[in-house]
Design a protein around this ligand. Sequence first.
Ligand code: TGC
Ligand code: FAD
Length: 390
Amino acid sequence: MTVFDPHDPLGIDDLLTDEDRAIRDSVRSWARDRVLPHIAEWYESGEVPVRELARELGAMGALGMQLTGYGCAGASAVQYGLACLEVEAADSGIRSLVSVQGSLAMYAIHRFGSEEQKRRWLPGMAAGEIIGCFGLTEPDHGSDPGGMRTYAKRDAGGDWLLTGRKMWITNGSVAGVAVVWARTDEGIRGFVVPTDSPGFSAPEIKHKWSLRASVTSELVLDEVRLPADAVLPEAKGLGGPLGCLNHARYGIVWGAMGAARTCFETALDYARTREQFGRPIGGFQLTQAKLADMALELHKGVLLAHHLGQRMDAGRLRPEQVSFGKLNNVREAIEICRTARTVLGANGISLEYPVMRHATNLESVLTYEGTVEMHQLVLGKALTGLDAFR
Ligand code: TGC
Ligand code: FAD
């Protein structure tokens, strides 16, 4: 008979290959050594050494790790997911850095770019030397990106002139390259924009109470002149950016379970040692019910992520299935973090413990990459055949 492991009650570890475990363990060690000792300070100050972390993640092969060639690691979807989980177990903001770099900016260039664009940008991005951002959302168009106003038009010489504003853009102010989506006479197209282009600026958005260890910015595009070949040749229409989102959302399916795992483990540990009424609070039935329910949703969520990862590796993952995973796992993760908060009592609200930080981070994760409602509507449409978006 195998032994019951409170940290892996379903034996999910058995589903992983030796290589999966090696990648997971090395990312876990990096997060433990390089992020955990500093994260509370970064969170409180709202200052995070993004460039330094990007280079370290690049050296580990964690940036664009699911892509092949151009300096990318060529890992499996499951391995990429495990890396997201381990990074987000430390902080969702650092996982955002990984997601936006690898699944949005690099993926867009890898999937839709010309050979020259790939050679120019991807090796430096994989190494973490160049940080990328992905500008889709606008001040007046978040859930409905099809209504975007940012536009690009050609001048007589064939150059593009890009004008508009993007909002809530992760890594915007630290990026060397921005993938920006804009309306053109040919429909929605993507542009690879060096951030030192005249007319480009990226003021940082301050006063966030969530994802404080992540840089979030506005992108201001004031007639940014770009050469004819700055457009991503293979992306035409909204399917371009939405195709990138599938990959980032997939990483979040795993990542959210990392935040949940940290909160569950913190609560479990606390419940075993904190005493009230003369005994550990973990001995009270009400606390045990919370722990049991948290463990159920945590490990069901990891199983779901693994299942979707295997489908992605087999080339059989549908966008609706990604919505299923993102909707379920982020929603359950935030519930787990909030429940963990209650187990810790007053300590639950302190930055000395990770639970409130994770819970407030997940408020952003619940909203970005498609809100809960968007994923409900994606599933609703898939189930009924009826479009309820508009
Ligand atoms: P709709 O008419 O349904 O579709 C337009 C075209 O797009 C295609 N499509 C997809 N393609 C690939 N993957 C998907 N998931 C796709 N969903 C739709 C579709 O087939 C169609 O193609 P075509 O060729 O027929 O034109 O579009 P709609 O206007 O009704 O909108 C659909 C909706 C609401 C689901 C979509 O717009 C949506 O997902 N909205 C949410 C927006 C969102 O998620 N934004 C995220 C911004 S990036 C971000 O948040 C990064 S945070 C990262 C971090 O810090 O970690
Ligand atoms: P809205 O679309 O205005 O939605 C407001 C509310 O209305 C939501 O509850 C929504 O679900 C609901 N709603 C909207 N339409 C409907 C409908 N048809 N039916 C029912 N309910 C509806 N974007 C990027 O492009 N790149 C980034 O790197 C990026 N990083 C981000 C980082 C952070 C920290 C945050 C918070 C956001 C980031 N975003 C980024 C933006 C994010 O993707 C958007 O915030 C998100 O898509 C929602 O858009 P919105 O905030 O404009 O909300």
